[in-house]
Design a protein around this ligand. Sequence first.
Ligand SMILES: Cc1cc2nc3c(=O)[nH]c(=O)nc-3n(C[C@H](O)[C@H](O)[C@H](O)COP(=O)(O)O)c2cc1C
Length: 180
Amino acid sequence: MADVKVLVLVGSLRAASINRQLAELAVEQAPDGVELRIFDRLGELPFYNEDIDTDDVAESVVALRAAAAEAAAALVVTPEYNGSIPGVLKNAIDWLSRPWGNGALKDKPLAVVGAALGQYGGVWAHDETRKSFAIAGPRVVEDLKLSVPSKTLDDKHPRENAEVAAALRDIVGKLTVEVD
Ligand SMILES: Cc1cc2nc3c(=O)[nH]c(=O)nc-3n(C[C@H](O)[C@H](O)[C@H](O)COP(=O)(O)O)c2cc1C
């Protein structure tokens, strides 16, 4: 049987992003039969504008929607910016929400995790990302939660934190169980 594909979106474009490292860790420790793929072109998407959401839409948007269509589930890994969702991720949510009612992630299970500097690990951004995606079309799995205060990582790669690595592995496993 073909692997279950999981689209991974990262809400930070920073080269040394902790959230990107978390996403890479999720890819590394994917369960057997599951393939996680990071879509790393979110920075290339134009700002959402209905005027350009036409049959001739930008190639980066076509690529995002194709990656979403191929996937059976999605994992979103994001920091918090000013108490909310980083703009680059919100823009991707808006592109994925169209065509309205028939977006490429419609009804597919989606989990949100991430790390941020604050003591709550970005929980506001994570909650708002869940809220926004729930409106946009995917089926948000609300009880799959991981908000890592980045200080707990001690400036090391998240793979060196056994607790974080295990929690992430557990979430990916539970997310794929949600696939119809
Ligand atoms: C514009 C901006 C806004 C930020 N706002 C918050 C915030 O509201 N809460 C928080 O915990 N951290 C905030 N931070 C700190 C980020 O959580 C921290 O830089 C984190 O490492 C970014 O994720 P990354 O390592 O994946 O790039 C902010 C950082 C930036 C650059």
